[in-house]
Design a protein around this ligand. Sequence first.
Ligand SMILES: Nc1ncnc2c1ncn2[C@@H]1O[C@H](COP(=O)(O)OP(=O)(O)O)[C@@H](O)[C@H]1O
Ligand SMILES: CC(=O)OP(=O)(O)O
Ligand SMILES: [Mg+2]
Length: 457
Amino acid sequence: MSPPSGNLILALNSGSSSLKITLYSRRSPSPNSPNDAPAVDLVLSASISDISAPPAKFKLKGTAAAKSGSSEGSSVSKEESVDSIRDHASAFDYFLRCLEEEASIKQEDIQYICHRVVHGGNFAKPVVITKESYEDIEHLTDLAPLHNGAALSVIQVCIDKLPHAKSIAYFDTTFHRPMPVHIASVALDQEIAKKKGLKKYGFHGLSYGFILRSVAKFLNKPTEQLNLIVLHLGSGASACAIKAGQSLDTSMGLTPVSGLPGATRSGAIDPSLIFHYTNRAGKITHKPSAAVPVDVTVAEDILNRHAGWKVLTGTTDFGLIAERAELEDEDEGVAERNVYRLAFELFVDRILNYVGAYYLKLDGQVDALVFAGGIGEKSVPLREAIARKVRCLGFEVLDEKNNADVGESKGTVVSISVPDTEKSGPGAGGRNKQILVCHTDEQFEMANDCALDRSRW
Ligand SMILES: Nc1ncnc2c1ncn2[C@@H]1O[C@H](COP(=O)(O)OP(=O)(O)O)[C@@H](O)[C@H]1O
Ligand SMILES: CC(=O)OP(=O)(O)O
Ligand SMILES: [Mg+2]
């Protein structure tokens, strides 16, 4: 990591119960650097987790400012539980204090602040925060109840405490705008749907953008020629079919609750089910314990915050779920008595729904199946279970590669496939279908874009 050198860009990722923060310095543009060279250098990163289940855990790691007379910055590292962090705004406030006190970095050196905003409605590109754009994002809060409000509360702290820095909102939804109209539309009255903006927006777009470019570089193919099936499996999980470098379909919809289940989210269910589950479905509930106060219906609160791994198993830690799932037991009835096995198998089943459908939508012309997000990058058993089922499509995992360390130190993209020449299954001799793990980085995606945008510097 290089010491901070002015021209700082702060990238903020407000998740449902966490805040991820990365500080970068912009590289001086050089005519000799390749087109795809990073435009920023990492200075330090921080994460604050368990925000809604205090005490929050605060981690900071990186490089402090160089002392006068020295060209080298010293390293900083801190890990602690912090009682005073109660929400995203106080988490960010705490980070700002550490930035000065622990890393001696002056807040005035931050020029741009990139905010990941999950729901961007019809925004077609990143937008500088003004009173008007702030209000536009505020209107979308109900459509991303776990996310947009949290991001806005952090944006507000930036306006108050870092008035010299320009805040820019980067949206998860932008990547999916090229989706064909028949895929994004719902089979409901089009007049009502259009008036109310009821359609599939799709999310995790910053991650998919990062993955697309990283995989293109890894496979040495232009993005416009790439067809991918990508699985972003984190606290929120989604799948995306990318055709010729553009989003063709994705599993989340009007809101991030649809598609795959997640840490506290149900994923897609029969829409009628909720009315049989509770007779209070349509009532409005005010949840002070949510990331920020937001008024949602009881139904939406249940589907977003009282579902998924948390209610099935009591934990949101998918590593623990896989560990306790008795995966070596081949008895078909295990899922009846073991909730961890139930959650694991249910997740595999739902993921296959999308992989199968997207394979057909891409006419079988798929360059790679890509695993990303906390679960996709770290869960060997989950990747193995999916790999077993996709072998019939020509994707073959090499167990040694899947079991080996595929951590970030091994590269942004790591292949876990059987080399093409050694394939023996149905994929032998066909198109080279790789299985890859990609260490996705939404903060980098925003900061790099900001650094490359000539209109900003
Ligand atoms: N070793 C592991 N095996 C499986 N899952 C893991 C492991 N480590 C972390 N995870 C899962 O990763 C998820 C968090 O992923 P991440 O992409 O960081 O999510 P988010 O950004 O949405 O908060 C958690 O649900 C956690 O259970
Ligand atoms: C859109 C979404 O679900 O994001 P995350 O996975 O960060 O919660
Ligand atoms: Mg995430």
